[in-house]
Design a protein around this ligand. Sequence first.
Ligand code: MRU
Length: 348
Amino acid sequence: MGIKTIDWKENSIKIIDQTLLPGKLEYLSIRDLKTLWSAIRQLKVRGAPVLGAAAGLGVYLGIKDSGAADFRYFFQELEQVIRYLGSARPTARNLFWGLERMKNAARENKSRTIKALKKILFTEALKIIEEDRFACRKIGFYGAKLLKNGDNVLTVCNAGILATIDYGTALGVVYRAKHDGKKIKVFACETRPLLQGARLTTWELKRNGVDVTLLCDNMAAVLMNQGKIDKVITGADRIVCNGDAANKIGSYSLAILCKHHKIPFYIAAPFSTFDLNLKTGKEIIIEERRSSEVTDLFFKKPVAPKGIKVFNPAFDVTPHEFINAIITERGVIRPPFQKNIAILGAKI
Ligand code: MRU
């Protein structure tokens, strides 16, 4: 859709620096692991599916110049790279899924030469990217069937082109519905404290000709009460066996509001976001971020007393009983989630 969120170019990882949007569309070339780690931590590159791609390309970046003479030493280096990248952010499953895929690709090819192994790992990273492109298109295809002409959709954070390789998950559903000729209006929650909704979602929707209205996070209930929201669709960072889903802080409150106002609450995510090792959302590690994001970051002067205690979780978990359906590349999953996730999760 005109921009590449992440790519491999001239021996480096090329990303859009998302912290500069909407002011500037600027690309960064990342040539070393430390810079990649910081870019992930600082949300220059962000969104669960993109983190899966960053994991794949990051592992290749970390081992492409390895001088290891045999598999044992090569694998040790690879494990070190994986541990390091895995420490950048804890919640998005895709980051770990991407790292595990790279590790498995190396393990399955242990008899190959180191030169061949490097090539295999590069191909695996590109495969992750291509699979996400395909998955998002399928999510769009299945999700758009849930939207009616004239629907008003509310979303939070950014689960669009900028969070994926292309098209997006929650926003992919909107793009596809628009492509199918449906008139859809989007209401974007600003998404305090890092404003992914205000900065990123509005930017990409406007750029792609979607009618979008920005609101502060605490305004969603009023809109729903006025009957102005037909559906809520969000992305996810990690979905577990029973359907509990972690996503950007604020998603849980939207789901509760939906239940009260009888509005369907949908999650859109690829299977790379599912963590079938965890039984319930209580087991998901929620990232807590620095206090200055709440008190200072987007202000000229701090807006809270210096040293004030701050609660700043980056994500929350929506219990499955508040979710009407999960839109995936394999189809739409409805309750009972435990059973239906297992059925679709076992496919392929
Ligand atoms: O902290 P962020 O900006 O990485 O959080 C991202 C989200 O919560 C997204 O909704 C999620 O990763 C899904 S992206 C398709």
